[in-house]
Design a binder for this molecule. Structure first.
Ligand code: NAP
Length: 316
């Protein structure tokens, strides 16, 4: 089995051709010669963060610095890796990124007042309210209080409606990042059979919508789906967003499928995805590693969306 790390755009625009070239180099594993070659899709390697950071600098030249207001509740130490990375990266690229840390028991009115204050501040271009919120808060109401034009996460009902009707909207960062990776690797997605595992509002549902817009034939599976492995094994593309370590096994995956692993799960052996990487790499044509695949794309898309919000504010 041979692993090819893809670090950089354009390298494998015609990956079928590339496969022919490297086929002869197939190596031996455990004494057995195998011809299977898979591509590891490295989210960091694409340099999107840097590309969007350049856009950010342009935005700054207009005399106003892009400002992102991030609202976090509870013990920040408990947040998952990608949440922490959002803070670090946005600052690294020079964004004016402010964290408003609120107590886990914060009163709903106080939180709504903060959202309204950020909505009304012309110097704040994007607002992000880190989910999940503590149980006593009405998550929908809080998200829908954020001005749609400042909604960098694309979770506001107006943005969800626009996305679902194929109109220009703020698109949730993680599915947008997954789509960018798929477009890089596959090119035209039209007619591909795609299975999205998970139906959350933040990943699964918007991901399925984006793939429908790309003219894929989309199936969404979830915890109540029967014979999930059979459904998955029909797919040309699998996007796994579940939150169960290594749920997707080798026999769930069709030979030469493209697998995007959104999961980030802390385990005794470190951070792993929702896909059993070792098994799946033996059958898939390409898959994203965890960490390093989708995570960096989420951050890059957060920059992209924040800059988009900034540009919208300049047009008013
Ligand atoms: P979520 O809200 O908990 O949703 C999980 C989904 O998985 C639900 O739709 C659930 O089905 C489904 N599910 C649960 N058990 C299943 C099973 N045995 N078989 C099939 N489907 C099952 O999670 P999320 O917010 O979408 O996040 C999913 C994963 O992605 C997590 O590991 C999270 O940490 C990670 N994540 C990563 C990034 C990133 O930047 N890389 C961003 C966001 C999330 P039901 O609807 O039936 O309950």
């Amino acid at each position: 089995m041979k692993r090819i790390k893809l670090k950089g755009r354009g390298v494998y625009q015609d990956y079928d051709g590339l496969k022919e070239d490297v086929f002869f180099e197939s190596t031996t594993e455990n004494g057995m010669t195998t011809n299977h070659i898979y591509y590891e899709i490295d989210g960091k390697g694409y340099g999107y963060t840097l590309e969007f950071a350049n856009d950010l600098n342009e935005a700054e030249y207009q005399g106003r610095k892009v400002k992102l207001g991030k609202i976090m509740q509870g013990d920040v130490k408990k947040f998952k890796v990608y949440v922490k990375n959002k803070g670090i990266q946005t600052k690294n690229v020079g964004m004016n990124s402010f964290e408003y840390k609120l107590d886990e028991k914060v009163d709903e009115t106080k939180l709504l007042d903060l959202v309204k204050k950020l909505n009304d501040d012309p110097n704040v271009h994007g607002i992000l309210c880190q989910l999940p919120l503590p149980k006593h808060l009405n998550e929908d109401m809080i998200i829908n209080t954020i001005k749609p034009d400042k909604d960098v996460d694309g979770f506001h009902i107006s943005n969800v409606g626009l996305l679902n009707t194929g109109q220009k909207s703020m698109v949730p960062c993680t599915p947008l990042g997954c789509l960018m990776l798929l477009r890089e690797f596959v090119g035209n997605l039209e007619g591909k059979k795609a299975t999205v595992i998970g139906r959350s509002n933040i990943v699964g549902k918007p991901m399925s919508q984006l793939l429908i817009e790309e003219s894929c034939t989309v199936t969404v599976v979830h915890s109540k789906t029967k014979e999930i492995e059979k459904v998955c094994s029909q797919a040309d593309i699998i996007v796994a967003a579940v939150g169960i370590p290594e749920l997707v096994k080798g026999d769930w995956v069709k030979k030469d499928a493209i697998v995007i692993d959104v999961g980030i799960n802390k385990t005794d052996k470190g951070i792993v995805g929702d896909v059993a990487f070792d098994e799946v790499s033996k059958v898939a044509k390409a898959l994203t590693p965890v960490p390093g695949g989708v995570g960096p794309m989420t951050i890059a898309c957060l920059l992209k969306n924040t800059i988009e919000c900034f540009k919208r504010s300049q047009k008013k």
